[in-house]
Design a protein around this ligand. Sequence first.
Ligand SMILES: [Zn+2]
Length: 242
Amino acid sequence: MIVDEQLIHVTPELKKEPTQLYSSRYTLEILNVINSLVGEKGAAALLRAAGLLDALPPKLNNKHENTIPYIYLANLFRTLDIIYGSRGARSIAYQAGKLSFEPAFGKLKIITETKAKLENQFRGAEKLETALCTLAEISAQSSDQHITLADYTDHFRFTVGNCPICSVPLQNELPVCYFTVGFIRGGLQNLLGVNDYPVQETECIASGDPACVFTIRKKRFTTTEVGSGLTGFLTLPEHLHE
Ligand SMILES: [Zn+2]
């Protein structure tokens, strides 16, 4: 039994049936990053195969208004898998999550306010907690996700209810939300100026779990981990795989 959990941040739960919408601006920035990763032709082929060329509005709204159905994103990530294979798709999804953070959210007031708060905090774990609370708020505001953030002795757990990537039923033995791992690492990089906290998805709706759970270790990558190439987005010490 876990005894050291301490809830630190919970975003409001949706009272009615989830509408399941995603921010238009965020979708636009995700597509921009995918475009830069796979090229214009590759991106067009991806959108066509995902059925999004006709489904998406010709010009996506540049504002953070939640108007894009979850299913569009779920289809996009599924199609990445079909076209690029699971390894290629993981990497593209992770990069899309990481690199879209700054263009999508970098200028929001909550980012400026969080950075000001972080300047007066000095303990690593305290700064990490502040940054993760902000990421929870951004996730909740830019979509219909419900985030619970909990503090454990040596890590934080970032639990995503109503995950957009898993909104299409899918049976997969392995966690699939590499995009969200990228979002968390890109967000921490933006807020803390470093991207060296191990983040991994340890439970996933796609593999039958009730929610998608991301574990963020409080201890940064050690020099040994860095030296042995263990800083990728799939690596996290075994003892954190609860
Ligand atoms: Zn998941």
